[in-house]
Design a protein around this ligand. Structure first.
Ligand SMILES: [Mg+2]
Length: 188
């Protein structure tokens, strides 16, 4: 169970992800959480910085899809439509069904797809269950549901005080290939 909660990378934000390295290692699709991963919780619009990141993502050739547990269909679609990105709301992560739907949108295999998100028990657990490459980011802003705040306490217990690392690139797929040393994909 704890192994399923371990991301392959833990970075400060999406802007710290080594996109070129992902591509070199065969990742072709990106499924990303929305709230507190791309923008602050319930923030209606993409920032200019996010738009520039998305341009880079697409320029490299990735296909990208938003997978959100947010139940507000309008909030999710109004955010994604101007960006011309497919988006699924009320995803029920970590349940597998919505991940399969997202993969069919991208037309990529799970092993060629990265899952990016700020929550261990939804984004990372769900992605790992399908065999995706999982990337945990720090939540953008502390304003969250009270329920999410309680989950953060459990997440901190799992992460054991580990901090995001800037050294993700050379440890790509480390957890998958050398899982008898699975603790080493984190770096303090
Ligand atoms: Mg989130």
């Amino acid at each position: 169970m704890l192994g399923s909660l371990r991301p392959h990378e833990y970075v400060t934000s999406i802007y710290h992800i080594h996109l070129e390295r992902l591509w070199e290692n065969g990742i072709r699709g990106i499924i990303t959480d929305l709230d507190n991963t791309l923008v602050e919780w319930n923030s209606p619009h993409a920032t200019e910085k996010l738009m520039a990141w998305l341009v880079q993502v697409e320029r490299l050739g990735f296909r990208i899809c938003i997978l959100s547990n947010n139940r507000d269909a309008l909030r999710v679609s109004n955010f994604a439509r101007p960006l011309n990105i497919p988006a699924l709301h009320k995803a029920g992560k970590p349940r597998k069904a919505s991940f399969y739907t997202a993969l069919s949108q991208l037309n990529t295999d799970a092993t060629a797809t990265a899952m990016i998100g700020d929550q261990l028990f939804t984004d990372i657990l769900g992605g790992n269950r399908l065999g995706m490459y999982t990337i945990l980011v720090e939540p953008i802003h502390p304003h969250e549901f009270i329920g999410t705040r309680l989950i953060r306490l459990a997440e901190r217990a799992v992460l054991c005080g580990k901090r995001p690392s800037a050294m993700q690139s050379e440890h790509f797929l480390f957890y998958v290939t050398v899982d008898d040393k699975e603790g080493e994909e984190f770096h303090s």
